[in-house]
Design a protein around this ligand. Sequence first.
Ligand code: C2E
Ligand code: MG
Ligand code: MG
Length: 469
Amino acid sequence: MNDLPDTETSEVVADHSMESTSVAARSAGEQPMSAVQELAPALQDALTGLGNRRHFNETIEYVLQAARPDGGIVLLMVDLDRFKNINDTLGHPVGDALLRVVARRLQQSTRGSELCFRLGGDEFAVLLSKGGDGEVLAARLVDVLSRPYLIEGHVANVGASIGIARADESCITPATLIRHADLALYSAKDAGRHRWHAFAPVMAQRADERRDIEMDLRKALRLGEFKLVYQPQLNIKTHTLTGVEALLRWHHPTRGLVPPDVFIPIAEEVGAIGAIGEWVLRTACREAVDWPGAPRVAVNVSPLQFEDSDRLFAAVEKALSASGLLPSRLEIEITESSLLRKDKRVLETLHKLRALGVRIAMDDFGTGYSSLSQLVAFPFDKIKIDQSFIRGAAALAGGGAVVRAIAALGASLGMATIAEGVETEAQASMVQSDGCTDIQGYLISRPISGSQVTEMMRTFNNESKPEEA
Ligand code: C2E
Ligand code: MG
Ligand code: MG
């Protein structure tokens, strides 16, 4: 609430105050609401009254045909930031009301020749049919749309990201203009949202490269290009290796090693993560079964795998039965975003996995939405404290206090707490005195192959006895 702006200079629009006029519109000398309401129903978005996608497609086609290549036609693709949160937390009626206010702010900030459309969801478009400065308008819209919304007593904050494309000799078809604006929009979102980007040719090159990776990724499983490596985890008290985390590697025939941070999001987007995730589970269980000392093996599971939680559960059961691995040796790492989905099947599935004997760890804790309620919503076996609190900027800016707080919380909830990304002795002794039970990081070992785990389990746990017998 402390970022509520001064009402003299900003607009807090109540959904029922239809007359309310924005500062931007007033200062531009505009009348609120343009003539879009006279649209035929088939061309109108029922929720907001703006032109719908069909109207957008027809208009863009018409405008481009009628114009000269240098006619100054500019397209702005507008996408709200964090709108899904509003729907998830305040409910769909509030989400719908907010979309209506967004539509109104768009109209109040544009002129008659700047046509506004709602393409669906939280996606809007503005077409400058008679020239104009797309950048200036985009900057104004980013500002206007990010002002707080007062809806049914709730103050909601969303922002907007905008992609701009201009029709010219190299971009004269509706499909190209839309693609360019979309690419610019993705670029704005990637750069951190709440901003606008204008299309640049390098964006199309990057998109082509990504499409190539996508196509190769679909074949990678079949071609056997994935491997697992394992990173050991050390229990501080007993000074023994108690488990390893399985980390996926893609050896691409020409690109070399593609890091998971690059290909997992693509696999999630193209729907390949289900099959890849099953391969990871199968392979990790099979490789781990004969390791000396019976360490646990932790497997990362994508939030998207929880969308089909029956399939995920079946995959775990099958991986265990096919390999003969004891369920208590398998640990599933989930991230906070898996629990954010307000789907009770996620919790049900976690409980079913626990009933099988599988352990559940909360990964990267502290980075996402980090709600304490998540920790009491499910009895996790382990909390993995994100490496940013151990190393880097967050560590310097009081990360120790966060680590101590999470470790204390873990101790009182009966959950192990493991510090991720420990690289130095100094960091190890710090997290130890902060109360963490385990550590993982380059100090103990970089990720290693399955056969190296066998060797390491033999040597390390035999040589390294507890400090005090
Ligand atoms: P994560 O689950 O948090 O895994 C830990 C990451 O930190 C790994 O990166 C590991 O190599 C790196 N790391 C460990 N210790 C240190 C350290 O001391 N210093 C530094 N700088 N880094 C350290 P990696 O293997 O690149 O994996 C990145 C992320 O990709 C993982 O983060 C995980 O979210 C995801 N990922 C990896 N394998 C899988 C998988 O099989 N399935 C899914 N869904 N995601 C996976
Ligand atoms: Mg992990
Ligand atoms: Mg992690």
